[in-house]
Design a protein around this ligand. Structure first.
Ligand SMILES: [Zn+2]
Length: 75
């Protein structure tokens, strides 16, 4: 019984961290070209297909720190 009492909060923490994807830092893609001010969820996005430079993968929070906004082709 004591083991169960200890186990439940741990299980709850595991479930809550896995069950809330929005709290996780997702990877987004940036075009590093001069005019690029957007970030993209998908590497094969239409907005990125115009990119003539390297595509960088960063975290969503990092992209926002850099002043990037979500690409117009995505929601
Ligand atoms: Zn995009």
């Amino acid at each position: 019984m004591r083991i169960r009492i200890l186990f439940l909060p741990v299980l709850f923490l595991m479930l809550s961290s896995y069950g809330t994807p929005f709290h996780k830092d997702t990877s987004v893609y940036l075009c590093m070209g001069k005019g690029s001010k957007k970030y993209h969820y998908r590497k094969d996005c239409r907005g990125l297909s115009n990119c003539s430079t390297k595509i960088h993968e960063v975290t969503l929070s990092k992209a926002r720190e850099m002043g990037r906004t979500l690409c117009g082709w995505e929601d």
